[in-house]
Design a protein. Sequence first.
Length: 213
Amino acid sequence: MILEDISLKLQAGRAKDVKALVQQAIDEGIPAEQILDEGLVAGMNVIGEKFKNNEVFVPEVLVAARAMNMGAQILKPLLVAEGVKASGKVCIGTVQGDLHDIGKNLVKMMMEGKGLEVIDLGTDVSPDTFVETAKNEGCQIIACSALLTTTMGVMADVVKAAEAAGIRDKVKIMIGGAPVTDEYCQKIGADAYTPDAASAADKALEFCKAMGA
């Protein structure tokens, strides 16, 4: 089955093959949404699980994500034409004062692998930027990353900024990064802490479904 082939080639990180197979599937008249779900997303899900279990590592995730993106680019206009909506919208960034982005980029890729639309704000992002973006773009989730203990405090400011802007009941705030813990998440009143990128993507999708995105 061609969709299974897409998934397998994606897991192997063979971007050119994925691109060719996606085009072939389109030519065979398979709906874009089915190619996305049963080919690309299915493959990324396997990579996500393996990553959680330490069976694959960051380099494998990156090449799989690149293959996914190449396949998704071909599907995008067709998905729009079919009226397929993303499963939800997330704005993600590394908090103010912190310039680390490897973890954030992995989370972004895993979230996109779940069919979520992700707005990447980059690094050194102020609480106001997170909140403004979520408000203007209609995001269900604000995802904050920090690698330094010194910048973790900004996450609490993001929660406060969302409250001040009156959108706290409309967005879920997710936090992650090396120094962050579940205990800290509860202390600052955020909605979820996840220990790795694959878990973050699962949680984000769960939130969006529950919020009826």
